[in-house]
Design a protein around this ligand. Structure first.
Ligand code: NAP
Length: 245
């Protein structure tokens, strides 16, 4: 990762923080963008001179322009964009307020589109690069109670495919990552029942997602426009054989 210059959105904690930490360990320079100022500042300070924090609201175009400009000024053109910032709201389609649907899709999907839209010139100046949209198993299947979230995560998957087609000539690869249940502040209130029945019947760690993202960026040079699943087998299927399996 030496010579790679990354922006990781929602990087102050959880999966984004694990990605930022791993990238720095592997030699990249990283701008951690998040709405959580104190957590982001603390993380970046602990990572040393090759990491910096920038206040970023992914739904705000001006915020994106400023962060991309700062990242370039600090470390040069941006070669890696990790669209990781996301929020979750549990509500049925019937009960969810329109403003809540809009907020979830704004942060999760529009925020990633805006990130791509703003960063493309910098990726070109870098001579190519990699974009990873952090989707979810909710971008591979449906979840009752997660209408907005599921719509946004399928959207991220489609956006990655379209961006892969549009940016291939510029040497930019774009993929989506689909984590299953991962132990982070987002899932802090959720119990073990979520992982019962998975082939690997436990929550994943943020570092396990970071390892996949690192692989995509640093090693997966023949992969673009495609999905990478990190879900303990959650989307593999169902069993009719009972508990003994
Ligand atoms: P997390 O711990 O809640 O971290 C997400 C970060 O994004 C938080 O710091 C959050 O700040 C920030 N954020 C929210 N809105 C933002 C905005 N408008 N602009 C910039 N940053 C913003 O969640 P996580 O579990 O690490 O999730 C990271 C990504 O993985 C999300 O896209 C999530 O949907 C996806 N994912 C997670 C799981 C899981 O089981 N944890 C599974 C599949 C996919 P606030 O706290 O202020 O909102």
């Amino acid at each position: 990762m030496t010579g790679q210059n990354a922006i990781v959105t929602g990087g102050a904690r959880g999966i984004g923080a694990a990605i930022a930490r791993r990238f720095v360990e592997e030699g990249a320079t990283v701008t951690i963008g998040d709405v959580l100022g104190p957590e982001g500042e603390e993380l970046a300070a602990g990572l040393g001179e090759t990491a910096r924090f920038a206040l970023l609201d992914v739904t705000d175009a001006g915020s994106w322009s400023a962060v991309v400009a700062q990242a370039e000024e600090a470390y040069g053109p941006v070669s890696v964009l990790i669209n990781n910032a996301g929020i979750l709201q549990i509500d049925s389609i019937e009960e969810q307020e329109p403003a809540s649907f809009r907020r979830v899709t704004d942060v999760n999907l529009y925020g990633a589109w805006l990130g791509l839209h703003t960063t493309i010139p910098s990726l070109r100046r870098a001579g190519g690069g990699v974009v990873v949209n952090i989707s979810s198993t909710a971008g591979l299947m449906g979840y009752a109670g997660l209408g907005a979230y599921t719509a946004s995560k399928w959207g991220l998957r489609g956006l990655a495919k379209t961006a892969a087609l549009e940016l291939a000539a510029d040497g930019v690869r774009v993929c989506s990552v689909h984590p299953g249940p991962i132990r982070t502040p987002m899932t802090a209130e959720m119990g073990e029942e979520i992982v019962v029945g998975q082939p690997i019947a436990r929550y994943g760690a943020p570092e396990e997602v970071a390892a996949m993202v690192l692989f995509i960026v640093a090693e997966a040079t023949y992969s673009t426009g495609c999905e990478f699943v990190v879900d303990g087998g959650a989307t593999t299927g169902s069993t009719l054989l009972g508990d003994e399996t």
